[in-house]
Ligand binder design. Structure first.
Ligand code: ZN
Length: 266
C-alpha cells in the first residue's frame, strides 16, 4: 500500500514528471467500479454525516431521523424528518467537478457508479441512469412502508407544505417515507447483487469519499480486492479498508477525481 498525502500546500517539491505520469494502477483498466460516499457531494453543498461539519456531528439526535425503527414508532421523528426533507440541500445542489468527471469517464470506459448517496447528483452530472446503482435509494422518491406504493417525493413535499406534517400513503393510509435505506432497513437485494457483480468483475475499484464503515456497501471493496482488482481509496480520513488498497489518496476529491478520470480515459 502506498499512502499519498500530498496537499497543494504541503511544502513538498514535486517535479513535473511525478505530477504528470499516470500511476501504474491506471494502466490497462477496461472495467471500473466506483463506490461513492458523502464526501463526493460536500463540494456541492451537501454536508456529510460524520465529518467535522457533518449532520450528525453537529446534531447527534438527527441520526434518529434515519433509523427505521424510530421512524415507524415515533410520529415526532417523522414530522421532523419531513421538515428535514423540505429543506434538503439536494433540491438545489449542482454536480461538482468529481461528479462530472465520473460521468464523462462512464462515457469512455465501462464504468459502474455504485453510490451510497441519495442526492441524484451522478445522474444530474450526466452519468447514464442504468450505470448508477443507488445502494441507499433516492430522496427523489417516496414509498409507503405498508403497501410499497411508490410516488414522487415532490408530490409528498407539496402535501407537507400544504399543512400535512406527516402525510400518509394516498392508497392505504400507511406511513410514508423517502425511498432511501434507513439504518435497520435491508438493502434492495437485486441492487446489491448488481453492485457485487460490478465489484467482482472490475479491474479497478475506486472508493471515493466514503468512510467505508457502513456495511454492506463498504465490503464491496473487499469483493473487488479478493477478485484481483486494484483498489484505490480517495478519502480525507483513514478507512478500515486502507490496508487492502493499492493506493490511498488524501488529496481533495474535486482535484484528484478529474485527474484520475482523465488518466483512465486516456
Ligand atoms: Zn400504502
Amino acid at each position: 500500500m502506498r499512502l499519498t498525502t500530498a496537499q497543494p500546500d504541503d511544502g513538498l517539491v514535486h517535479d513535473d514528471a511525478e505530477l504528470s505520469a499516470p500511476p501504474a494502477w491506471t494502466r490497462g483498466v477496461t472495467r471500473v467500479a466506483v463506490l461513492t460516499g458523502a464526501g463526493i457531494s460536500t463540494d456541492s453543498g451537501i454536508p456529510d454525516f460524520r465529518g467535522p461539519n457533518g449532520l450528525w456531528t453537529r446534531d447527534p439526535a438527527a441520526e434518529r431521523l434515519s433509523t427505521y425503527g424510530e421512524y415507524l414508532r415515533d410520529a415526532a421523528v417523522r414530522r421532523r424528518a419531513w421538515q428535514a426533507r423540505l429543506s434538503h440541500p439536494a433540491w438545489s445542489a449542482r454536480p461538482n467537478a468529481a461528479h462530472l468527471a465520473l460521468a464523462e469517464l462512464a462515457g469512455s470506459v465501462a464504468t459502474w457508479i455504485i453510490t451510497q448517496n441519495i442526492d441524484g447528483l451522478h445522474q444530474r452530472a450526466g452519468a447514464p441512469a442504468e450505470r448508477v446503482l443507488e445502494l441507499h435509494g433516492t430522496i427523489f422518491g417516496a414509498v409507503c412502508v405498508s403497501c410499497g406504493d411508490r410516488t414522487d417525493m415532490a408530490g409528498a413535499l407539496e402535501r407537507v407544505r400544504a399543512g400535512e406534517d406527516d402525510p400518509p400513503c394516498g392508497l392505504c393510509g400507511g406511513i410514508l417515507k423517502s425511498a432511501t435505506i434507513m439504518f435497520g432497513q435491508p438493502l434492495d437485494p437485486a441492487g446489491l447483487a448488481r453492485a457485487t457483480r460490478a465489484a467482482a468483475d472490475c479491474d479497478l475499484m475506486l472508493a471515493i469519499g466514503s468512510t467505508l464503515i457502513v456495511e454492506p456497501a463498504a465490503s464491496l471493496c473487499a469483493v473487488a480486492a479478493d477478485a484481483g482488482a486494484r483498489l484505490v481509496i480517495v478519502n480525507r480520513d483513514p478507512t478500515p479498508y486502507d490496508a487492502l488498497a493499492t493506493e490511498v489518496i488524501r488529496e481533495p476529491i474535486g482535484t484528484v477525481i478529474p485527474r484520475i478520470a482523465a488518466q483512465l480515459a486516456g
